[in-house]
Design a binder for this molecule. Structure first.
Ligand SMILES: NC(=O)c1ccc[n+]([C@@H]2O[C@H](COP(=O)([O-])OP(=O)(O)OC[C@H]3O[C@@H](n4cnc5c(N)ncnc54)[C@H](O)[C@@H]3O)[C@@H](O)[C@H]2O)c1
Length: 324
């Protein structure tokens, strides 16, 4: 199959978008246009530093644009003949959906619909978008396969599930082939400061309290960033079999939060812990089945062992803590 060479990545200053762009840009035949609204949901300094790295590459162009701004998005699509579009721009986080629901309806619903409209109008061949493990909710049994029932329990997961349904229905009437990826707790260097491992490291470094919910009695299917990037990269170059498909992106190894904390403690001093009850936004456990994506890809993924992943994440943080 022809190597895809003009790629649009939305949310390119974010954790996953940046990590994927950085990897793909090593191929000089590929051109990436990245967009991001550089919102201040978390450290803007971190987003700008990620962008600084990408902007060093000649085959990268950046636009500070919001997905909600349809006119500006249209101009970008008009000027570029994209082969493939990857959407990572979204308001992430489950707890924040109770604080600022509008940011979810703006970016994840209106922004998503605007983007899909462009995909349709400009006849884009392939579209990959980020969904989330949160669509599964808190119901047994585990592990969750793509055929499992969905039970969204907050606005974030609802917005992701609505993206899936919308993309599925529109795929029936357009030429674009679409894949949605249900990411499970992605972590690693350049990771998000609002997620557990970075929050713990920040509390330790800055002598702040770390809020431990439900005594750390939660399981998360921690998935290392390089493995998620590897999956996205393979999909960019692959011929999609169906008009619409959904895949879990997970290591399929749920870990107890307290176990991960023990591992982090090997690399940084223990922060003060403030014990909290269970948060209404949190599911008890995430645990996905990754057989479907493993069978779909040419090269099977050898998922990174969490001890190695945590070590690399801690080492990165200790060198770069001023960015967070
Ligand atoms: N990291 C995870 O563990 C995880 C898990 C499940 C799903 N996801 C999904 O994967 C995607 C990427 O996640 P991430 O961890 O990189 O998040 P992130 O917050 O680091 O990246 C998202 C980026 O999108 C940008 N953005 C937000 N709204 C925008 C808008 N309206 N227009 C333009 N840019 C906008 C933000 O500024 C940010 O840089 C998101 O859709 C997220 O919901 C991530």
């Amino acid at each position: 199959m022809k190597i895809r060479n003009k790629i649009l990545i939305t949310g390119v200053a974010g954790f996953i978008g940046f990590s994927l762009a950085e990897k793909i840009l090593k191929n000089k035949n590929v051109k990436i246009v990245g967009i991001d609204n550089l919102n201040d949901y978390y450290s803007k300094k971190l987003k700008l530093e990620r962008l600084k790295i990408l902007k060093k590459k000649k085959n990268f162009k950046f636009f500070n644009v919001d997905l909600v701004d349809k006119k500006k998005i249209k101009v970008i699509f008009k000027k570029n003949n994209f082969d493939i579009v990857l959407n990572f721009a979204a308001q992430a986080g489950v707890r924040y959906s109770y604080k600022n629901p509008k940011s979810y309806t703006d970016s994840n619903i209106i922004g998503f619909i605007n983007l899909v409209d462009m995909i349709k109008n400009f006849n884009i061949k392939k579209f990959i978008f980020a969904s989330s493990s949160s669509v599964y909710g808190d119901e047994k049994p585990f592990p969750k396969s793509e055929k499992s029932k969905t039970y969204p329990i907050n606005l974030y997961s609802l917005s992701k599930l609505s993206n899936e349904h919308f993309a599925n229905s529109i795929s029936k009437s357009i030429k674009t082939k679409i894949i949605g990826l249900r990411f499970f707790t992605i972590y690693g260097p350049w990771g998000r400061p609002d997620m557990m491992i970075m929050k713990y490291l920040i509390a330790s470094k800055k002598n702040k309290k770390f809020l431990l919910y439900n005594k750390g009695d939660h399981y998360r299917d921690f998935t290392y960033i390089d493995d998620a990037v590897n999956i996205c990269e393979q999909l960019i170059y692959k011929k999609f079999k169906k008009k619409f498909d959904i895949f879990n992106v997970c290591s399929s190894q749920p870990l107890l939060i307290t176990k991960v904390i023990k591992e982090i403690d090997k690399y940084s001093k223990k922060p003060k812990i403030l014990k909290k009850g269970r948060d209404k936004a949190d599911v008890y456990k995430t645990y996905g089945d990754n057989k479907k994506i493993q069978n779909y890809l040419h090269k099977k993924i050898k998922f990174t062992d969490y001890k190695k992943g945590v070590q690399r994440t801690c080492n990165w943080y200790l060198k770069n803590h001023k960015l967070l």
